[in-house]
Each structure stands twice: as C-alpha cells, then as structure tokens.
Design a protein around this ligand. Structure first.
Ligand code: UDX
Ligand code: UDX
Length: 462
C-alpha cells in the first residue's frame, strides 16, 4: 500500500511509543515507524508484552501494528524514508559538569540531530517531542542547517502533555495539542502539516499554534503549575498536622472555588515522575542563566517543598515507631510514582526506601507493576541487597510486618481486607498513609495505629 506520508519517531519510551500508536491508529494513510537504540525495547513493542504498562495501550497497538505501525531498530533506514521525524529521546537532568543537577543533558538529543543530518537526502520536518530547555529548537536548527547537502529541515515543537497511567485516554482526548513553529511561510506550513495529523481526531479549536519558544516554554510552565499545586497543598498538610485541620476537607473547600478547581490538590508523600522535578529545575536553570534570581528561587521552592514532604513522611515513621526502626519489617505498599504505571522514575518510594534502609529497617516492597524497576532502583543502595524483599502480593508482604507505608495510590489497596492483614502483623501495628486513600477510622477500629497525611494521627497508646 502506498502511504500518504512516512512518519518516524526516534525514541520508543513512555512518550514516543503511546503517541505513535495513537497516531497510527487514527491515521491509517500515514506509515508510522518507531525506532530506538534499545533493541530489547523494540523487540518488546513487537510482542504483546509491551515494554511499558499503560491501560488500553495494547489494544491500540494491536489495532495498527503491522498495518501502518512498525517498531524497528534500523535508525538510519528510518531516517532515510521519513518525511516527518518526531524526536522523543530522553533528556534527563545532567549529573555531571556545568549545570549538574539542574540543566538537561542534551547529549542524546544532539547525537540524534547529527544522525538525522547524516542519513537524510531530502528535506524533512523535525518535531521536538522531548521536553527541552527553551530555545533548544534553535540549537537543533543550527546543527541541522549546517548540512552541506542543500536540504532544509524545518523544526517544529510539539510538546506532549500526556500523563502516565492515563496516556491513551489523554492522547485520544487531549485538552489541547500545542504546535510551535517559526512564523515564516515554511514554518507555518510545517506546523499546518503536523496539525493535519492531529486533526484526524482532535477538534480544530483544541489545536493551538504558537511561536517555537512559546511552545517550548509552555510545557515547562504547565508542569511547573501542576507541581506547584501539589507542593502548595503538601505545605498545608504539614500545617494541618499541627493545628488539627484536615487537609482533605481543605482541598475540597478550596478546590470548590471554580477559579481554583479541584484537581491536583491531593496531599501526598510528594510528586514523582520523570517530568515535574526535571522540568522545574530546567525553568530554574534558565531563569538563573538570564539573571532572574527571584524567578528561579520562586520555582525552586516547589522542588524544595517536595523534598521536605518526602523527608517529613520518613521522619513521622521513625518518630511514631518509638524512634527506631532497626530490624523492623516495614512494607512499602506501592513503589510506582503514581497508580496505573510501572514507572518508578523519581518515585518518592525510592527516597523512603533509601532512608529506611539507612535506619536499618527490613523492607518489603510490594507493587502490582513496578517491582522490576524497584529492584533496579534499589540495587545500588547500601543495605538493600539481602534486606529488601520484593513481594507482589500485599497479604504476603504484610505477614509478620510491624508497619505499612502507602506509597502509591493503587485502587486495589483501598479494597484490601485490613482485618486479615492486621491479624497477620506484629503488634503494635502501624499504617502510614502517604496517599490518604484508606479509611483511617476503620483501620483504627481494627486496631492499627494510623498516621494519615495532613490530619491528626489515631493511636491506641495512652
Ligand atoms: C522522554 C523524555 O524524558 C521527556 O523529557 C520527553 O518529554 C519525552 O521523551 P520518555 O519517553 O518517558 O520521555 O523517556 P524514555 O522512556 O526514557 O524513552 C526514551 C527512549 O529514547 C528510550 O527508549 C531510549 O532508548 C531512546 N533513545 C535514547 C534513543 O533511541 N536514542 C538515543 O540516542 C537516546
Ligand atoms: C505530568 C503531567 O501531568 C503531564 O501533563 C506531562 O506531560 C508529564 O508530567 P505524569 O508525571 O505522568 O504527568 O503524572 P501526573 O499525573 O502529573 O502526576 C505526577 C506526580 O504528582 C505523581 O507522583 C502523582 O502521584 C503526584 N500527584 C498528582 C500528587 O501528589 N497529588 C495530586 O493531586 C496529583
């Protein structure tokens, strides 16, 4: 079959994979190929055991795979054949040199730009899908335009707003699709071409076009605003624990103001995920590099509050368990950074596990999807080998334990038989609910000492 256009996506991760699957499913006249340097990942995309867990994704992949959706390892061939190239490689926070801990590590992304130049023999549209520091498109353009082949690459920014765990739903019904381009004839034409892909299933008024820099910055700002709401309510949760107010009641009362709205106001053990911290630190780094120190400090406080919240959770555990957890069996219920994903990047669970291991607790990590990642995350942690047990079944995990700490808001945890769990645990038994998803009064009546977030603890001690 002759396809209207060849789309290539470089990077078959949490963003590239689901996004291309949905584009292929919705646009049968486009051939969509996804490539990655990681051959195992590509191999998994070609089976029914996909490399990432995402509700509804397998159905979408199966509807298009082999028809107009292909996963491959030959990056050079993919580039040669493509009319439009989405770049969705990872851009982690730098761990070395100038800007370490703050700026984005752009090495993969730059390597990809060079590969595109090397293997192209005609003009193409390049779409930035990775979240990047503002004005990265400009650097990408420079690398691409330096080619001596007389071909033109038009760089467009199309940041992805999907959230993990609801990626398919978010892709099928996005609040908006954002496309940034140069405001030249060629730039606007390229933006129009990308808009034409999404127009297959997204209403025209939800497709927003802007200049390149606005699109790049919008992604960072959207994530910073979302994270800022979580840090705000988490700051309030600390105050609630001192004053006897209930953070859940406050979220509801405050979120009922239509100007504020109810979402992203759940107090938690802290936000995780590959984006929030990285994107805010990027914003901080850019602001500082322009001498805007007050702006940088303002956003940096969002990250500091998040670290404080994670630290506070661990301190509560230790304090309430009589100032020592040495040798105590403690269950982390959940390890993913949020429910409905196996992803553990920046999960608060990592921090909690690390700290409790430093305090020499005997940890049991339980999660329905994230245990492989948890094993990798904790492999290098001192004290972890030998002392950490990985147990997918929450009942088996809790047997003989002294405490349970809820890290991830998996729906299944709300429905556990806590009477049975209590009976199997050592006494006094503790629950620290880092997500406020359990029925605290009921747990207290069963016999647990219960420590929710942002409301007074319930203990049986006189
Ligand atoms: C990544 C970025 O982290 C995020 O900022 C951006 O918004 C989208 O892309 P994600 O898809 O979650 O997010 O990352 P990851 O799951 O790590 O996927 C990136 C993939 O790119 C990996 O499979 C990696 O093997 C691949 N890659 C990386 C390449 O194919 N080539 C490279 O040079 C580097
Ligand atoms: C986020 C953005 O939502 C998405 O638009 C962007 O493309 C990528 O970054 P993601 O990190 O996948 O998506 O998940 P999100 O649902 O935003 O949750 C991030 C973290 O915040 C999770 O750890 C979650 O548990 C936490 N969170 C969320 C809270 O602690 N409280 C809330 O009220 C909401």
């Amino acid at each position: 079959m002759k396809f209207k256009r060849n789309i290539l996506c470089i990077g078959a991760g949490y963003v590239g994979g689901p996004t291309m699957a949905v584009i292929a499913a919705k646009c049968p006249e486009y051939k969509v190929t996804v490539v990655d340097v990681n051959a195992d990942r590509i191999q998994a995309w070609n089976t029914d055991a996909l490399p990432i867990f995402e509700p509804g994704l397998l159905d979408v992949v199966r509807s298009a795979r082999g028809r107009n959706l292909f996963f491959a390892t030959d990056i050079a061939a993919g580039i040669r054949a493509a009319d439009i190239i989405f770049v969705s490689v990872n851009t982690p926070t730098k761990t070395f040199g100038h800007g370490a801990g703050m700026a984005s590590d752009l090495q993969y992304w730059e390597k990809t730009a060079h590969e595109i130049v090397d293997h192209s023999d005609r003009s193409k549209i390049i779409v930035e899908k990775s979240t990047l520091p503002v004005r990265t498109a400009e650097a990408m353009e420079r690398i691409l335009q330096e080619n001596k082949k007389g071909i033109h690459f038009e760089v467009v920014s199309n940041p992805e707003f999907l959230a993990e765990g609801s990626a398919v739903k978010d892709l099928l019904g996005p609040d908006r699709v954002l496309i940034g381009s140069r405001q030249t004839d060629a730039g606007l034409k390229a933006a129009g071409e990308i808009a034409g892909i999404f127009a297959h299933w997204v209403a025209a008024e939800r497709i927003i076009t802007t200049n390149l820099w606005s699109a790049e910055l919008s992604k960072l700002v959207a994530n910073a605003f979302l994270a800022q709401r979580i840090s705000s309510i988490n700051a309030v949760s600390a105050l609630c624990e001192k004053t006897g107010a209930d953070v859940g009641e406050i979220s509801f009362a405050v979120g009922s103001d239509s100007r504020i709205g109810p979402r992203f106001l759940n107090a938690s053990i802290g936000f995780g995920g590959s984006c929030f911290k990285k994107d805010i630190l990027n914003l901080v780094y850019i602001s500082r590099s322009y001498g805007l120190n007050e702006v940088a400090d303002y956003w940096e406080a969002v990250v500091r509050m998040n670290e404080y919240q994670q630290e506070r959770f661990v301190r509560t555990i230790i304090r309430e368990m009589f100032q020592t957890v040495v040798g105590k069996r403690i269950v982390l219920l959940g390890f993913a950074f949020k429910a409905n994903t196996g992803d553990t990047r920046e999960s608060p669970g990592i921090h909690v596990a690390r700290k409790l291991l430093e305090e020499r607790a005997a940890l049991v990590v339980s999660d329905p999807q994230a245990l492989d990642n948890a094993r990798r995350d904790l492999a290098g942690v001192a004290g972890a080998p030998g002392t950490v047990e990985y147990e997918p079944d929450p009942y088996r995990a809790a047997a003989d334990a002294q405490a349970i700490a809820v890290i991830t808001e998996w729906e299944i945890y709300r429905k556990l038989d806590f009477g049975k769990i209590f009976a199997s645990m050592r006494k006094p038994a503790f629950i620290f609910d880092g997500r406020n998803i359990l029925d605290h009064e009921k747990l207290f009546k069963i016999g647990f000492n219960v420590f929710p977030l942002g409301k007074p603890g319930l203990t049986h001690f006189k």
